[in-house]
Each structure stands twice: as C-alpha cells, then as structure tokens.
Design a protein around this ligand. Structure first.
Ligand SMILES: [Zn+2]
Length: 213
C-alpha cells in the first residue's frame, strides 16, 4: 500500500536560468514543478486529477515573507493544493537563522529530501497517522486529515484492491478455460471458476462502498 502514497520525488537537476545566472519569475517554473511533484500536493498527497483538476498553487516551501531572497528560486518551489497552501500560509516556526526545516516537533518536512513514509502512516480508512517529528503539527496545521482527503486516500486504497481482485478473477478464468480446453481436471476448473466468482463478489462489495447504490 505504501506505493500508493507519497512517492519519492526528485528535482530537475538544473532549472533554467537567465544568462546572468538569475532565475526567471517563479510562475514560469509551473510546468516543471508540476512534473517534479508528479502532479500531487506535496502536503496532503492529493493528485490534480483527484482534486477535480482545480488549479494547484506553486508554494514557496520557505515562505516568501521570511525568505524574500528565495522568491524566484525554483529549488524552493513545491506543488500544493489550494487549501494546503492557504493553511500553510507564512508559517515557519523554526525561524530563519537555521537551515533546518523543523525542530523535531514543529516545522515542515522537505518532500524532496525526506521519505514521508517515515513521518506518516496511511491507515486503511484513509487517515494519516503521525509517526515522528513534526507530523502531528503538520496534520493539525494543514488539516491533512480533513474529510475530503481521508476520502480520497480511502478510495485510492479501494481502487487498488479492485485492480488486484480483477487480476485474480482474470487469472482464475484463464486457468479454468485452459483446463476445460484440455478436457481434463473438471473439478479444478470448477474450483478456479468459483474463485473468480468470489473475486467478482468482493469487487461488487468494494464498488458499493465507494458508490453506495
Ligand atoms: Zn494538499
């Protein structure tokens, strides 16, 4: 399930800059930052698609208000959904005199430098469970367990289960067909078909959980 959430993201090696070495206006890095962040909010992990293609914001990881020199530096830009961006605002509790992003209790987790699975565990119900460091602070400040995000995560888990069950049903049906074509092992073929039927029943149950009929 880990693979469904918080992928390790990597920055483009050299963001384009002017001949003099200065960076362009930060908004011009929108496309590359979307790609680097895999079209996900680096905070709540919702994808652009899951967010109904509502525009995401380019978030200044170290807030502009405290780090004006980083305003156009693309290495300080991350992708964020509108709500996380607004909730984050100019918060930067560790101050500007340190390179640290958190003090072990409050602050932020750099999504490009840290494995976010070390900080958050995604539960089956879709909630984020805080593991260490500033994860509780972030869940509260950014509202990472707001209802819409819990639902998105839960649906992602259920869709992955559906995909697994579809593969299982297909394999069982293929197995039954091979056995029947060979004209042998009818009992095994029947067993494979009943496995396929059980998988389809589970798919229906999950579908009803996603979209109650
Ligand atoms: Zn978000």
């Amino acid at each position: 399930m880990k693979h469904l959430f918080f992928p390790q993201i990597v920055r483009t090696e050299n963001y384009r800059a002017k001949a003099c070495g200065d960076f362009y206006a930060y908004a011009s890095y929108s496309e590359v930052i979307h790609a680097d962040c895999q079209n996900r909010c680096v905070y709540c992990d919702v994808t652009l698609e899951e967010n109904g293609h509502e525009g995401f914001a380019l978030d200044h990881f170290r807030p502009q208000e405290h780090f004006p020199d980083l305003k156009n530096n693309p290495n300080n830009l991350v992708l964020s959904c509108g709500k996380c961006n607004r909730n984050k605002s100019s918060h930067w509790p560790v101050g500007t005199s340190t390179t640290a992003t958190h003090d072990g209790a409050v602050g932020f987790i750099d999504p490009f430098r840290c494995d976010r699975h070390q900080y958050f565990q995604v539960e089956l119900a879709g909630t984020l469970y805080p593991l260490q460091g500033p994860s509780t602070y972030l869940i509260v400040l950014l509202g990472l367990n707001r209802a819409s995000r819990v639902l998105v995560r839960k649906h992602r888990i259920l869709h992955a289960k559906i995909n697994t069950l579809i593969s299982m049903a297909e394999e069982s049906i293929d197995c039954a067909l091979s056995l029947l074509e060979a004209g042998q092992e009818i009992d095994s073929a029947l067993q494979a078909l009943s496995s396929a039927k059980a998988a389809i029943a589970s798919i229906k149950e999950i579908r009803n959980e996603i979209h109650p009929i």
